[in-house]
Write a protein that binds this ligand. Structure first.
Ligand code: FE
Length: 220
């Protein structure tokens, strides 16, 4: 009997060793811990945004380009890497007016780019950033049609800054664009030295939510 128990223990031990990564071997990261994209990074196989557009009844207009690229902007002091992957930054009890930011990520030839990494971060409705955790921070990937969709709330102003949402965008193997999005109805736009009118979203009111359209055009 003791011999059978000992053999069983040995079999389990060997199985556990075989399943554990060995020193020097790469281990797969989960999708939520991928800080960036490169040609070798594992990519998510499903995109939440594939369903969200249909569920929300959102149809994006055919993308148009005017030969200019989306302007780069300063990262600012509040970026945190390794954000969770998610299309919605909404959380239980979060204050603020709901906002859905949507659009395409386009190449310089105006073709939509699928599977582009996009990282968003912003202040809450009172103008405060969560610099300890990941509230109002998250990355996602454009879907097969090159679209992104971000559920969030309107960011509040903080001293010296008008309302804005920070963005980092990087196609697989391509250069990273860091920029910010602005709102057409913010009174503080003109007193903000960083504000760029080419980065204003187009708003559409849909009752309890507001859609904010913006297409990013990369110099890729
Ligand atoms: Fe900021």
């Amino acid at each position: 009997m003791k011999k059978i128990i000992f053999i069983t223990f040995l079999v389990f031990l060997l199985a556990a060793c075989a399943a554990s990564p060995q020193a020097g071997q790469p281990t797969l990261l989960s999708a939520t811990t991928i800080p960036n994209v490169d040609m070798g990074s594992p990519q998510p196989t499903t995109k939440a945004s594939d369903d969200l557009f249909g569920k929300m009844g959102i149809k994006l207009p055919v993308p148009a380009c005017n030969g200019t690229f989306t302007a780069a902007q300063t990262e600012g002091p509040y970026y945190t890497a390794n954000t969770p992957e998610r299309n919605s930054l909404l959380e239980e009890g979060m204050q603020g007016k709901k906002l859905v930011v949507i659009g395409y990520v386009l190449a310089k030839n105006c073709q939509p780019l699928a599977n582009v990494w996009i990282d968003f971060w912003q202040a809450d409705s009172n103008g405060s950033y969560d610099n300890a955790g990941y509230t109002l921070r998250g990355h996602q990937y454009t879907d097969a049609q090159g679209r992104y969709l971000l559920e969030t709330v309107y960011p509040g102003e903080y001293p010296g800054r008008t309302q804005h949402i920070h963005v980092k965008i990087q196609p697989s193997g391509g250069a990273m664009l860091t920029t910010q999005l602005y709102f057409p109805d913010s009174a503080s736009n003109l007193s903000d030295g960083i504000f760029d009118p080419t980065l204003i979203v187009t708003l559409e009111n849909r009752g309890d939510i507001t859609l904010a359209y913006f297409n990013f055009v990369l110099n890729n």
